[in-house]
Design a protein around this ligand. Structure first.
Ligand code: G6Q
Length: 539
């Protein structure tokens, strides 16, 4: 059994933690100001990572790198890129990296030319997206499409929604992309309420095409369209397309499989943004910009695969995360983009990270003896400063955080951006070095200890020149690969999601109880029986 706490590097890190745990960043910096240039990674002279404001020294980094070696990271990376079935509990390869590989790349997995398949779908998506964008694709009554509604949930929703928000400045004017995910009827009805069905196209996005939320919403959308067009089934072909791996289910639903965009079981839902699941993104920003996003993903994949670990951005960020998670006992990790259009970024990464590494069984079927994935959360700056930052500065919990900023604004407006960036910089400085509320305050008789900021709160700063499709791809791949590295070290299977599957099954059982409507036949625990009974009586 692989017990990572028995690794030489793990034990050395444990001892090293005792040496360093009380060290203050302000003292560390006073002794070693060069760390600000040493603990930096530059990617394409564009994305800059400063990790100097972490509670580390050269020994910490050396030991963390040794941990990566001991965990077999190098081979694990190659296994993933080469299509080995590393998702063992589902016996699948994990090849989201192939989704962004260039056309001339070579990769045959399980007898299938993966790159050829990927580019065939990309070409089909591009042809369709161009038709919708140019107005050539017409609705049932001959009107061009103005509204695109993506119906999907989880991996079939969060990623594309995040990207559509982040890349809004690249959107085609007059074409609106909406996302409906929740099975709460409000979501669909509120979305279609003021839309004209003649100008509305639905993308039903579901890998399995069986997910309760998505199929329920898809059926409601179908009724809405049919009602508008005298129940003529011919309207379906004009107003519905599907993104799925399940051709039979798509066709059973009534969507012509010519209007289906496929992907493969080696694409995990939360890693599917750059597969056909990205169709709403492509419709919104156009195939050229979508290609640039894929190139960004690929560039970061190449960096990850080929750069020595000490200069490898995802590897270093993953190791720092492990340092806090496993040695300092940090339970959560904040991701704080200083950019309003990135307001779904943390939500998307929350899924990618927590669904991937929220596991307690190791690859060799034992219970872990160490902490695995942290709780990921965050909101864009500066909004968060006016809500939860209080706890970051003065709370009792250690919360490492990534601050992400862009030198140029997507929407230059007066001096907004300068002020945004001033806040961005000031926060990490205060978190690291602390201070007192006001200069000279201690001499004031009204001074209270509550006005002291201890500092010593670790952060990474990521700065990119501009938020472009390429940069979004780079950032996404950075986090995907960071999460992969952590999963390898924690020795968990990062690419299954049995906890999500459980939810899908459990709800079906309760739904059967609701349908039977017989409290006497309920066979749950006493609390659940009582809750179901109350709901049956009053719903
Ligand atoms: C992602 C998860 C999950 C999934 C949704 C939707 O990795 O598996 O979030 O994406 O449950 O599943 P379908 O795409 O099959 O509807």
């Amino acid at each position: 059994m692989k017990d990572i706490t028995q690794f030489t590097a793990w034990k050395a890190l444990q001892a090293h933690y005792d040496e360093i745990k009380d060290a203050q960043l302000k003292d560390i910096f006073a002794k070693d100001p060069q760390r600000a240039t040493r603990y930096v990674i530059e990617f394409e002279n564009n994305l800059y990572l400063d990790y100097s404001k972490n509670r580390i020294n050269d020994k910490t980094i050396a030991l963390l790198l040794q941990l990566a070696e001991e965990a077999g990271l190098k081979n694990a990376i190659e296994d993933m890129f080469n299509g080995v079935h590393i998702n063992q509990t589902e016996n699948r390869a994990v090849l989201h990296t192939a989704l962004r590989a260039p056309k001339d790349a070579q990769l045959v997995v399980d007898g299938q030319d993966v790159i050829k398949d990927v580019h065939e779908v990309l070409d089909k998506m591009a042809a369709f997206a161009n038709k919708v964008r140019s107005g050539e694709w017409k609705g049932y009554t001959g009107k061009p499409i103005k509204n695109v509604i993506n119906v999907g949930i989880g991996g079939s929703d969060l990623g594309p929604k995040m990207a559509c928000e982040a890349l809004k400045p690249f959107a085609k004017k007059g074409l609106h992309v909406y996302f409906v995910s929740n099975i709460d009827g409000f979501h669909m009805i509120d979305t279609v309420n003021e839309l004209n069905p003649e100008e509305t196209l639905f993308i039903i996005a579901s890998k399995t095409f069986t997910t309760m939320e998505t199929m329920t919403n898809a059926n409601t959308a179908k009724e809405w369209i049919l009602r508008a067009f005298n129940n003529d089934a011919a309207a379906i072909a004009k107003h519905f397309v599907a993104v799925s791996t399940a051709a039979k289910e798509v066709s059973d639903f009534g969507i012509d499989t010519n209007n289906m965009f496929g992907f493969w079981n080696w694409v995990g839902g939360r890693y599917s943004l750059d597969s056909a699941i990205g169709l709403p993104i492509m419709i919104q920003i156009g195939p050229e910009n979508f290609t640039k996003m894929l190139e960004g993903f690929h560039a970061m994949d190449e960096h990850f695969r080929k750069t020595p670990f000490n200069k490898n951005m995802p590897v270093i960020m993953a190791l720092l995360g492990i340092w806090y998670n496993n040695f300092f006992g940090a339970q959560t990790y904040a991701i704080l983009p200083y950019d309003q259009s990135m307001h779904r970024f943390s939500a998307h990464l929350q899924q990618v990270d927590m669904e991937s590494n929220g596991k307690y069984i190791t690859k060799d079927n034992n219970e872990v003896k160490w902490q695995t994935g942290p709780i990921i959360w965050g909101e864009p700056g500066t909004n968060g400063q006016h809500s939860f930052y209080q706890l970051l500065h003065q709370g009792t919990k250690l919360i490492p955080a990534d601050f992400i900023g862009f030198c140029k604004s997507q929407t230059p407006t007066g001096d907004h951006h300068k002020k945004l960036l001033a806040n961005f910089v000031a926060q990490t400085e205060a978190l690291a070095f602390g201070g007192i509320f006001e200069e000279g305050a201690t001499k004031n008789p009204a001074f209270k200890p509550h006005m002291i900021f201890q500092g010593n709160r670790p952060t990474n700063t990521l700065i990119a020149d501009e938020l472009t499709p390429r940069m979004l791809g780079i950032l996404m791949a950075l986090y995907e690969q960071k999460i992969f590295v952590q999963g390898v070290i924690w020795n968990v299977f990062s690419f299954d999601q049995w906890g999500v599957q459980l939810g899908k099954v459990l709800a079906k059982n309760v739904l059967k109880d609701f349908d039977a409507n017989d409290p006497a036949k309920l066979a749950h625990d006493a609390s659940t029986n009582a809750i179901i009974t109350r709901l049956m009586e009053r719903m």
